[in-house]
Design a protein around this ligand. Sequence first.
Ligand SMILES: NC(=O)c1ccc[n+]([C@@H]2O[C@H](COP(=O)([O-])OP(=O)(O)OC[C@H]3O[C@@H](n4cnc5c(N)ncnc54)[C@H](O)[C@@H]3O)[C@@H](O)[C@H]2O)c1
Length: 355
Amino acid sequence: MNIALVTGSAGLIGSEAVSFFADKFDLVIGVDNNLRQYFFGEEASTAWNRNRLEEKFQNYKHYTADIREVPQLEVIFKEYGSDIKLILHTAAQPSHDWAAKEPFTDFTVNANGTLNMLEMTRLHCPEAVFIFTSTNKVYGDNPNYLPLIETETRWEIDANHPYFEHGIDENHSIDHTKHSLFGASKVAADILVQEYGRYFGMKTGVFRGGCLTGPNHSGTQLHGFLAYLMKCAITGNHYTIFGYKGKQVRDNIHSYDLVNMFWHFYQNPRAGEVYNAGGGRFSNCSMLEGIQICEEITGNKMNYSYSETNRIGDHIWYISDLNKFKSHYPTWNWTFGLTETLQQIHDGIAERLSH
Ligand SMILES: NC(=O)c1ccc[n+]([C@@H]2O[C@H](COP(=O)([O-])OP(=O)(O)OC[C@H]3O[C@@H](n4cnc5c(N)ncnc54)[C@H](O)[C@@H]3O)[C@@H](O)[C@H]2O)c1
């Protein structure tokens, strides 16, 4: 039997992966205890998404296990053992602002939880491919010291800089920089996943996400930038821009395109490899540009204000360079651009709000 095990399966990336893998594996096991509701409150609950997956996919099996609890994971790994061919580990505390509220919780979920998943894999299914969703926050605020220039709607990197054409690559330093506690717990996990590849020879891959987005994000103020922005555009709720004149730039990748990267890696895996994963030059926007597109799609004027104080460690300009991944997996490419993705987010939220 071929099994894919997805942690964080009711979240944005996990749920997209369950849909993607359902017809490619005999069984897809999901692990998610809806800790997202504990982090961000009722509006961020992923229970609706878990129900949707259980109704839609006959071969989906959900476990409400907590990745911090080895005995709960052991039950699953002992039952399915080497039938598990792929582990996609997306369960996390995903917000850098929230991490400072409860450092113990953040670190035990992000770092210890990842170690638990790696060790379970090594002990019960060492041949499986292990994929980890890391983050561009592992680079800390180093990108903020690049030579940036201000334009009318966004910050941009100097056109003479090597990052101008394709964005920031994997050799950017992760050291000597302010990460936020979230960034630090993700660095710990990122390095552990690399090490299980390099030291134990396991097939592990690290994907350092830019802004990950899509119609199934349970967007909330502290996490899920475009989904929350669009929610505010639809409902008229107030949106606050934090610092950098609203010109901070993020690159946005649709969850489908990211999961398709994982699928390519799974079919031809490497050991301890690291890839940047975002929308690159293909799909990116500043806050102000994102607001404009949301206004065009909804036909509503957004109700937003500006606060001078930026989020600690927040990037001013971040665009991922995907050339390393593309050179290893030349048949992969993006499919969804920014406006199309925002339209899908709009339609998803509008439908959920109508129930
Ligand atoms: N969304 C982004 O913009 C972004 C950017 C870069 C990296 N990432 C990373 O990608 C991954 C997926 O992000 P996402 O946007 O899908 O997040 P998400 O919050 O939508 O999904 C994560 C899921 O994990 C679950 N979870 C959390 N702690 C758990 C625990 N202890 N045990 C079991 N389940 C638990 C949550 O309930 C949630 O459903 C995370 O590792 C995140 O750090 C996300």
